[in-house]
Write a protein that binds this ligand. Structure first.
Ligand code: SF4
Length: 288
């Protein structure tokens, strides 16, 4: 049984960078506290907790002598300032793709223009970006929420980094009806989610079974499962190797593997090894 990895899988650039920055601080002997879970993966969070990394819900929980971490989603300028005042050091792991959206919003607000961000209003990334243009920005999920917007002044339209392009461009087009001014549309969608989906789709058509490694509450992992299921009926979303049922692999010659953007490489390799072990046992007749 062959185990094949998709061309793109696992940690995205921003998450890998954030984990690396935290590991550097831990290696330097710092007491590291992340504002919100650094990453949506239980196993990786357990590993980091073992290294002493703890999570806080609010900047008030930080005390002198500690290192505060801003995760890849970023925060508002107020929250950043509060962390800088309280902590001995702040590790700013905001993904550079998110920083770009924050800067675009701040620039438009400084020019007294409106900013419309297409995305989920309660998502931490959106809350952070809005904080860069607090009196000028509006967040809408899609064009169905157009009525929530006032008449707009020389608007800038940007997107949450993880939404679908179609949602963004349809909404941006509809926003033109809310202003008499020129609309500046800047596509700030990051390609990480799309790249993983396209690579999974390409592989799913060539295999007999597919394992997607990721959290059951991770939206990008759940979407990967849906993409794989379209091509490969035997597709499963798993968090650890314990969830693999060898009988699901009966007769499988090729097994595909991918992982959500928050799944660490060590966990992926552990599961690949486990799958290869099942393949070996089946080939020598120890399993059905
Ligand atoms: S999904 Fe994209 S924007 Fe978000 S952290 Fe990863 S690389 Fe950055």
């Amino acid at each position: 049984m062959q185990v094949l990895l998709a061309d793109e899988y696992g940690f995205c650039f921003g998450v890998e960078r954030a984990v690396d920055m935290v590991e550097e601080a831990v290696a330097a002997g710092e007491t590291v506290r992340s504002l919100g879970p650094l990453i949506h993966n239980k196993q990786e969070m357990q590993r980091l907790a073992h290294d002493g990394v703890t999570t806080i819900d609010s900047p008030v929980q930080i005390t002198r002598g500690e290192t505060a971490v801003i995760r890849a989603h970023g925060v508002t300028p107020e929250v950043q300032k509060e962390l800088e005042e309280k902590a001995s050091k702040v590790v700013d792991a905001t993904c550079p793709f998110v920083t770009r959206v924050q800067k675009l919003a701040a620039r438009a607000a400084a020019e007294d223009r409106h900013v419309v961000i297409v995305g989920a209003p309660d998502h931490p990334e959106m809350i952070g970006v809005k904080g860069y243009a607090p009196d000028h920005a509006f967040i809408i999920r899609d064009e169905s929420e157009l009525d929530l917007l006032p008449r707009l002044r020389r608007p800038l339209v940007v997107s949450q980094t993880t939404i679908k392009s179609k949602t963004f461009f349809d909404t941006a087009e509809a926003i033109k009806s809310k202003t008499d001014d020129q609309v500046e549309i800047v596509n700030t969608i990051c390609s990480a989610t799309r790249d993983r989906q396209e690579a999974a789709r390409a592989l799913a058509g060539m295999v007999d079974a597919f394992y997607i490694i990721g959290g059951r509450h991770s939206s990008n992992s759940v979407k990967l499962l849906a993409v794989c299921k379209e091509q490969c009926e035997r597709s499963f979303l798993i968090e650890t190797e314990d969830e693999i049922n060898p009988t699901d692999l009966i007769g499988a010659q090729k097994v595909g593997v991918t992982a959500g953007a928050s799944t660490p490489e060590w966990l992926i390799q552990k599961i690949v090894k486990h799958l290869k072990g099942i393949g070996n046992e089946q080939s020598i007749g120890l399993m059905p």
